[in-house]
Design a protein around this ligand. Structure first.
Ligand code: GTP
Ligand code: ZN
Length: 345
């Protein structure tokens, strides 16, 4: 049996630069259960375990790790190329990792009442904060009276996102997404329940895996909030199945928000006062743009709401940083242990 090469698994210069290890020791995480981590290596699938002090919660589907081939323990997590996260449930504002090393984040919404500008902007900020290319997939175009109108509204939300309207049930139309999950490319789908994520996943993988995974979980009454599978697509790429998100909270996404709302942030830079609140201050460029109709007041209020929320949630982020620093210590200790045992590499 032949397995995908590291390049086909998504390996590239970003990871190669971080290690002198020979490639049989590198693996990409394809699934995470409570204590077990499944991964794909050049020599096929593996089950890895976490060393003492590292929990599966610190890892994400899509991560690259260096493992010890004798013990099958994870030795080192490689620095991520992209990092998809959101605010964890609860009030502490912690950011929760959803998936790692995703090239493109596909925001899935339907050409019907699910379509919501504010929600799409949230996901666009999530993609920008993660470092992923954004793709907006507008499903159920076959059921809509005017899918071009939805496409136009979505296009206005971002100068960088590609917008595609489609019937997700039609394999030929799904082919238009194939370019984003070709060899070595990883695509993640996010969006509300019922918008067609499973339909797209099944169509691209040629299997019914996604729905099965969801059913397994339902049966156990478990509620997962992170992605658990990296699935191969029919044309040599990878797809991450993320859970349906009823509500997407953002934390530590200031840069992502700034990118999505760069039009407003540019205006803000032109306000006379640095601390302009864009209310009644003289020389406010934001108010001027509202007055001459170049800025949509709804977009302004959506931006203000997102920024307030992100600032509030980011207050406790310093806590997370301390946490990842202590994680770094665990990796270094593991590496040192390996060197002390006189292993090469
Ligand atoms: N006509 C039409 N039906 C679609 C389209 N996309 C999805 N559907 C249907 O909509 C329903 C929901 O689709 P799913 O793929 O299960 O949606 P989901 O986003 O995976 O939903 P969750 O599994 O709850 O997260 C299914 O009955 C699909 O067949 C589309 O483009 N056109
Ligand atoms: Zn102003």
């Amino acid at each position: 049996m032949t397995f995908p090469s590291l390049t086909e698994l998504g390996w590239g210069a970003h990871f190669a630069a971080q290690t002198d290890e020979v490639s049989p020791r590198a693996a990409r995480i394809s699934g995470i259960a409570r204590t077990r981590v499944t991964a794909l290596s050049r020599d096929g699938p593996l089950t890895l375990s976490c060393p003492h002090g590292l929990s599966t919660g610190d890892l994400a589907v899509g991560d690259w790790v260096i493992f010890d081939p004798d013990t099958l323990l994870i030795e080192r997590l490689l620095d991520r190329f992209t990092r998809v996260s959101r605010k964890a449930a609860g009030k502490d504002g912690r950011s929760q990792l959803i998936a790692a090393n995703v090239d493109t984040l596909a925001i899935v919404t339907s050409c019907n009442a699910d379509f919501n500008e504010a929600r799409i902007e949230r996901y666009l900020a999530m993609a920008a904060a993660a470092g992923c290319l954004p793709l907006i997939l507008l499903t159920k175009a076959d059921l809509a009276e005017d899918d071009a109108d939805y496409r136009g509204r979505a296009t206005r939300l971002s100068p960088v996102a590609v917008v595609i309207t489609l019937n997700a049930r039609d394999p030929e139309e799904l082919g238009r997404i194939a370019a984003w999950c070709g060899p070595g490319q990883t695509l993640a789908l996010v969006g509300s329940s019922g918008t067609g994520k499973s339909t797209i996943t099944n169509g691209l993988t040629g299997e019914n895996v996604a729905t099965q995974a969801i059913r397994e979980d339902d049966a156990k009454g478990r509620h997962t909030t992170t992605a658990r599978h990296l699935l191969p697509t029919a044309n040599g790429g990878w797809i991450v199945d993320t859970p349906g998100m009823r509500e997407l909270g953002l934390a530590d996404a200031a840069e992502g928000i700034a990118e999505v709302f760069s039009d407003i942030e540019d205006l803000e830079a032109a306000c006379r006062f640095n601390d302009c609140r864009h209310e009644t201050e003289p020389g406010c460029a934001v108010q001027a743009a509202l007055a001459d109709g170049t800025l949509d007041p709804d977009r302004l209020s959506r931006w203000q709401k997102l920024r307030r929320e992100d600032r509030h949630n980011s207050e406790t982020v310093a806590e997370n940083r301390a946490r990842s620093r202590s994680l770094g210590k665990v990796y270094r200790a593991a590496q040192k242990g390996r060197r002390d045992r006189g292993r090469p590499g």
